[in-house]
Design a protein. Structure first.
Lengths: 148, 148
């Protein structure tokens, strides 16, 4: 892996604090293949994310998938670039209890500043909990404060 | 509004604790029209939900929309029923800073145990931050522990 910099890699390598939202989700970087456009990240689902049945609410499953597709693209960008997720569609497949979950993300296609992304969330037993597709736009890092 | 019971209304009326995931999102019930299939809820977006630019990460915007479409359907169900969101698609329109956000949800169509839902998330200034459509299934409350 190259020595990369920018908002994503600075966080991974401890040169910048992990963003608050990522910390709240128990986000941890696992691995990335920048050339292939793939990434693996982990999340810690806590009791604070559960519904009355004790399962992780799909709200937080969706949140974790959002924080998988974004990093898949972010990991490939220049230090002065950032990304804005325009749209995300999630399919919820199975219930999951609190614990460590793995997000596997991939850039399906990139055409100029637009990228098609996909991700799946997998539990410790390898079961697929949910999948997502997303569309994102590469933006200048300076535009991040005004991007959705 | 009728005096309703069941997992959703018991939480609204303080007869059951607010679910942990809802509490984490700062969820509060505002109003519902069960006959029309509409609901209004509120969330408190905190600094813990923000990206490096200080905006609420779309992950949490999606989470709030999930916790708007679900309640729109839940509010209309019998006490022994629950719901499982099968799919949700979110469009992210504008950035938003931490603060109180309003979720407006609606049952677009219900056909047997399947429901088509939609929601929008609006900031304190009335600006639409994101929209969602979702498909959900009505399930027996006893099946909730094994539903996604």
């Amino acid at each position: 892996m190259h020595t990369r910099s920018g908002p994503f890699w600075d966080g991974v390598h401890g040169r910048a604090p992990i963003p608050p939202a990522a910390a709240t989700l128990g986000f941890a970087f696992v691995d990335a293949d920048v050339e292939a456009g793939t990434i693996e990240v982990a999340f810690q689902a806590t009791e604070a994310f559960t519904n009355p049945a004790g399962n992780v609410l799909g709200a937080f499953v969706a949140a974790m998938l959002y924080d998988t597709v974004g990093p898949a693209l972010l990991a490939t960008l220049a230090p002065d670039q950032f990304q804005s997720t325009l749209q995300m569609s999630v399919s919820f497949l199975r219930p999951v209890r609190p614990g460590r979950l793995t997000g596997k993300g991939r850039i399906v296609h990139r055409d100029g500043d637009l990228a098609n992304l996909e991700a799946s969330l997998v539990d410790a037993g390898g079961r697929q909990i949910a999948t997502a597709t997303a569309t994102a736009r590469v933006i200048p890092l300076a535009s991040a404060p005004t991007a959705a």
